[in-house]
Design a protein around this ligand. Structure first.
Ligand SMILES: *Cc1c(COP(=O)(O)O)cnc(C)c1O
Length: 421
């Protein structure tokens, strides 16, 4: 089936007389007839629900929908994008391991890797996403276990050359993990270009209405974990009666381990209510991404011509440094987020933001309503100026998340705010 049909229908097929819409199973637990059946579930010998921290039918719906959309073999929802990122890495790295990450990643991801995972003994090297293939390969160490990047980085809007990063990773016998939050699978499927694991903050476009936090990890099923670098997958897990994930679960090894070991231990599961809202949001994902992309392109073109605007960054603009990669990886639309710098520095940027009427100041992007943010004074305020510039963020830069309203109304709002400067 095509992506539009998957958005609407995948993940839930009612049987005779069952609800047409994915039901909310607001239950932590599940009833069984005898202890033998429960035992089989605990030994991972039978499929079924036994406790909502591990799986819930309302969560299964969007998990299967997203796996189908991304072209993966399985997926797991998490309580937030942060927990999806954390589990995606912890499923492969232990204390003493090393990873490589694009420096142009979401601020929360940067802090998670640079502070919290370092404290847990996982070392990280940040590289510019525009790094050459040779330089990237030179960063690989004997204990490097993965490479991580964002298809289209939030908020720097730098593209990741997924094929090149995947090639370097695979030559070193390690996987590439891609955060695909901004394009969504409607605009880009990283697995088609060699990514092994995909993560999302579903709090953004997948939900699409800014109503529920969430994250998801998708396993392509393509990576061979039996090369000696991933004993957690290819050797017995004593916390699960010695199960060897690659032997028992084959292509699903990574995503099953993420669930039965790490979700069991960390407990950052999505709630059934949030999974229901996510599923509802995704029913219109294909329509929304088309409109977000169209509207953002028009706003970017308008801003680019405006005399009070210093610079516009939108990967759909031919003037963008990211244009060539965007045409390769997201040719049907470049999503709804753009950034721009107004003339006159930090003060003018804040003044512009404060004069907007339709576009509201929010510490969020990627929902149906147009929103604006000044990253240097908000989401990225923990970073030094050097760290900011390394992520491609200037003090006078505004992040503009173009919604699905009528684009003429959005542009009129921008116009009056610029006129006030
Ligand atoms: C928001 C975001 C995250 C973190 O997701 P939460 O759901 O807020 O925890 C991770 N990656 C990207 C690209 C994001 O935009």
């Amino acid at each position: 089936m095509k992506k539009e049909t998957l958005c609407v229908q995948a993940g839930y097929t009612p049987q005779n007389g069952e609800p047409r819409v994915l039901p909310i199973v607001q239950s932590t637990t599940y009833k069984y007839d005898n202890s033998e059946q429960v035992g089989k579930l605990f030994d991972l010998e039978a499929d079924g629900y036994f406790y909502t921290r591990l799986a819930n039918p309302t969560c299964t719906g969007p998990e299967e929908k997203i796996a189908a959309l991304e072209g993966g073999v399985g997926a797991m929802l998490t309580a937030s994008g942060q927990s999806a990122t954390q589990i995606s890495v912890m499923n492969l790295c232990s204390s003493g391991d090393h990873m490589i990450c694009s420096a142009a990643v979401y601020g929360g991801t940067f802090n998670l890797f640079d502070v919290t995972l370092r404290r847990m003994g996982i070392d990280v090297t940040f590289v510019d996403p525009g790094i050459s293939e040779e330089d990237l390969a030179a960063e690989i160490r004997e204990n490097t276990r993965l490479i991580f990047g964002e298809t289209l980085a939030n908020p720097a809007l730098r593209m990741l050359d997924i094929e090149m990063f995947a090639r370097v990773a695979h030559n070193a016998g390690i996987p590439l993990i891609v955060d695909n939050t901004f394009p969504t699978p409607v605009l880009c499927r990283p697995i088609d270009f060699g990514a092994d694991i995909v993560v999302h903050s579903t709090s953004k476009y997948l939900d699409g209405h800014a109503v529920s936090l969430g994250g998801v990890i998708i396993d392509s099923g393509n990576f061979d974990w039996n090369n000696g670098k991933f004993p957690g997958l290819s050797e017995p897990d004593e916390s699960y009666h010695g199960v060897v994930y690659t032997e028992r679960f084959g292509k699903m090894a990574y995503i099953v381990k993420a669930r039965v070991q790490l979700m069991r231990d960390l407990g950052c599961m999505a709630s059934p209510m949030n999974a229901f809202l996510l599923n509802l949001g995704m029913e219109t994902l294909h329509l929304r991404m088309e409109r977000h992309s169209e509207n953002a392109m028009k706003v970017a073109e308008y801003l680019e011509k405006h005399p009070k605007v210093l610079e516009v960054s939108y990967p759909g603009l031919a003037s963008s440094s990211e244009y060539a990669l965007a045409q390769k990886y997201m040719k049907d639309g470049q999503s709804g987020v753009l950034s721009f710098r107004v003339k006159g520095g930090r003060e003018k940027a804040e003044a512009f933001m404060n004069s907007l009427k339709l576009a509201k100041i929010v510490v969020h992007v990627a929902d149906a309503r147009t929103g604006v943010l000044h990253p240097a004074s908000t989401t990225h305020r923990q970073m030094s100026d050097e760290q900011l510039l390394a992520c491609g963020i200037y003090p006078d830069m505004l992040r503009f998340s173009v919604g699905i309203e009528n684009v003429e109304d959005i542009i009129a709002d921008v116009e009056q705010a610029l006129a006030n400067l």
